[in-house]
Design a protein. Structure first.
Length: 116
């Protein structure tokens, strides 16, 4: 008995139901473009340090995250001369000696009221 070499499929469909190749190619190109666009949103392999991200969220300067040209990150230069900003210190005038307190405490827990 000879072997049957014909392939049998449980649910054969006629080729009329298959979309033309040009439509399949267009669908493939559309999906390919969507995937290419989605790849742009994938984070880099070397993600930024989480501590730096948190610092940036708190409003602190974080290297490689914060914009160094932002005016709030301009470093203060304390080595510059402050000649125009010098303030003259005026010593306080001594007030006349106050009268001694009427009641003073002695070391042994008693009080002296002789100034009264």
């Amino acid at each position: 008995m000879e072997q049957d070499t014909t392939e049998h499929h449980p649910d054969p469909q006629p080729l009329e139901n298959e979309p033309p190749v040009s439509q399949t190619e267009a669908g493939y190109q559309k999906i390919r473009a969507e995937l290419h666009e989605a790849r742009k949103n994938i984070p880099p392999k070397n993600p930024v340090d989480v501590g730096k991200q948190l610092a940036a969220v708190r409003g602190e300067y974080a290297e490689d995250i914060s914009d160094p040209n932002d005016p709030k990150w301009v470093p203060n230069n304390y080595s510059a001369s402050n000649q125009g900003e010098k303030e003259e210190v005026v010593p306080e005038e001594k007030q006349p000696a106050a009268e001694p307190e009427a009641v003073t405490r002695n070391a042994d827990g008693t009080f002296d009221v002789s100034a009264l």
